[in-house]
Design a protein around this ligand. Structure first.
Ligand code: AMP
Length: 345
């Protein structure tokens, strides 16, 4: 059972990866683009309506696409799962999909986001050539010079009409404006898994597979103790910032909790530092000639501040308090020394 959505810009490799997952796990690839192209090729009424919109790189109306998806997911081979490729493409489609999946009792397992840089997308799309027989995707940049036929069945490769630079630009901006918001949408639902989409095809496929098969960790099973969270925070933060989340294909929900723990710990550390710095600043002022009595008041005030700032973290409070006391003591000693010197005179 595999019920997933592949999210990613045009040219990110959704189709290729969906085909690979399909042949390995026997779960059908359901591509809204393929369904539309099929309708165009058959010259149906719906296909005629969709053609000009597709050629312009715009999105076909939600009703048309949703109708095709509903029909496709109702077929027998999709009863045990599906790999949605290119659908949903905006928030309205995501909500409609959610309602449809609830209706047919097939909730999503995960949404895999294929992460690819813009310049790579442009290069991939402009050079893309496809086999009309088996759908294998090639690229002129990697095909041997002069070769324009499929290595599997010898059919002559073709270029999609919307794979020209002008339309590619339009499709990429439609993705940015309408589809990208789905990243946050699915992230909030705890379904998003980011996968690095560049590199060797085999490597990307391995990462996709790992992401597709990763079991989500239910919130009730995540145990974070305060002390271990604050100790481990810096390294877990480093991991997600470096994009390793993609490579290790951790569920977004898990990454989120690690990130939050890191933020909390950093915040507390900062509070301790701030308090110590305040104590230090107060100490400097006193050393400039304030009386010992005044420094005692400042010392108390510094202590009060420290306790208030870090009241939630006993360890941080102890450290900060100690630092503040040390600083507060210094000017008092200096003032005493100054007093003695004056008395001697
Ligand atoms: P694709 O094969 O996914 O790159 O899609 C090719 C074209 O089909 C897009 O540029 C759109 O015009 C149309 N299309 C595919 N999927 C959708 C969708 N979910 N919603 C609206 N239009 C779509």
């Amino acid at each position: 059972m595999m019920r997933i959505v592949l999210l990613g810009a045009p040219g990110s490799g959704k189709g290729t990866q969906a085909q690979r997952l399909q042949s390995k796990y026997g779960v059908p690839q359901v591509s809204s683009g393929d369904l539309l192209r099929d309708a165009v090729a058959r010259g149906t009424e719906l296909g005629k309506q969709a053609k000009s919109v597709m050629d312009a790189g715009q999105l076909v109306s939600d009703d048309i696409v949703l109708g095709l998806i509903r029909e496709r997911l109702g077929r027998e081979d999709a009863a045990n799962g599906f790999i949605l490729d290119g659908f949903p493409r905006n928030i309205e489609q995501a909500n409609a999909l959610n309602a449809l999946l609830e209706e047919i009792g097939q909730p999503l397992d995960a949404v895999l986001l294929l992460d690819v840089r813009n310049e790579t997308l442009m290069q991939r799309l402009a050079g893309r050539r496809i086999c009309p027989q088996c759908g294998t995707v090639y690229n002129v940049h990697t095909l041997p010079e002069g070769v324009n036929t499929c290595s599997k069945d010898g059919a002559e490769l073709y270029q999609r009409p919307d794979d020209n630079e002008e339309v590619i630009g339009k499709r990429l901006s439609v993705y940015d404006e309408q589809t990208k918001p789905l990243i946050e949408h699915y992230s909030k639902l705890g379904l998003l898994r980011k996968v690095a989409g560049e590199g060797e095809l085999e490597e990307v496929s391995e990462r996709m597979e790992a992401a597709a098969l990763a079991k989500p960790v239910p919130a009730s099973k995540v145990k974070v103790t305060r002390s271990s969270a604050s100790r481990k925070a810096p390294s877990s933060k480093k991991k997600s910032a470096g994009g390793a989340a993609a490579k290790s294909a951790k569920p977004a929900a898990k990454q989120g909790s690690a990130k939050q723990a890191g933020k909390k710990a950093a915040g507390k550390k900062a509070a301790g530092k701030k308090a110590a710095a305040k104590g230090k600043a107060a100490g400097k002022r006193k050393a400039a000639g304030k009386s010992a009595a005044k420094s005692k008041v400042a010392k108390k005030a510094a202590r009060g501040k420290v306790a208030k700032k870090s009241s939630k973290r006993p360890a941080a409070r102890r450290v900060a308090k100690k630092a503040a006391r040390k600083v507060a003591r210094r000017p008092a000693k200096a003032a005493r020394r100054g007093g003695k010197a004056r008395a001697k005179k």
